[in-house]
Design a protein around this ligand. Sequence first.
Ligand SMILES: NC(=O)c1ccc[n+]([C@@H]2O[C@H](COP(=O)([O-])OP(=O)(O)OC[C@H]3O[C@@H](n4cnc5c(N)ncnc54)[C@H](OP(=O)(O)O)[C@@H]3O)[C@@H](O)[C@H]2O)c1
Length: 183
Amino acid sequence: MKLIDRFRVNLILATDNKFGISREGVIPWNISEDMQFFRTKTSAKPPGHINVLIVGRKTWEQMGSPIEMSNGRKIIVMTLHPERIENPGVMAARTKEEIADILLRFTETINCIWVCGGKEIYKMFMSSGDFNNIYWNKIESDFGCDNRVFLVESVFETDSSEFVVDKKTGKIVELIYYRMPEP
Ligand SMILES: NC(=O)c1ccc[n+]([C@@H]2O[C@H](COP(=O)([O-])OP(=O)(O)OC[C@H]3O[C@@H](n4cnc5c(N)ncnc54)[C@H](OP(=O)(O)O)[C@@H]3O)[C@@H](O)[C@H]2O)c1
């Protein structure tokens, strides 16, 4: 069962230059431009539509306020223990089949599904080829991550790049915006 048979599915992630997404359970950088990119991409939709964000339970716990996730975005948290997700603002799913069931229950028109990690969730969609595109922001610095997602750089094209400040370390780093070419 593939979600791309019915919906547009995009993955979105930021890594350091060793494909790291987190260190000791947290993202070891704080780059406003990257966060703004995430917000803009996952919120963009035509009037009367919604976007759905799929996240692993640990990522969800770090996403902070549900208010942050308003603006026409709905969240599905992947967990083996849906009964532990007590937030009424989100839905929980154990499998991709359960995600599909939830999506079919929405009465609003779904514009796009955004797969927002972490590692196992990206892997689930990548390994089955169940995505239309991957938006990958690469930070050209080594943050010593212990949680990595492997990507084949040659299949991406560069959208743009800029030098930005990482507020956690105060370092200036290059941020490269990649995505896959589409037919
Ligand atoms: N740099 C980035 O772009 C980026 C993106 C996303 C996340 N992150 C960061 O990465 C860290 C967390 O990532 P993570 O990879 O450790 O964890 P995660 O994927 O966010 O969450 C792991 C949890 O998801 C659930 N899960 C995983 N695979 C599942 C499956 N096949 N079926 C059902 N449930 C499943 C399980 O929840 P239960 O234990 O409840 O069963 C598992 O413990 C955080 O620091 C987060 O901020 C970074």
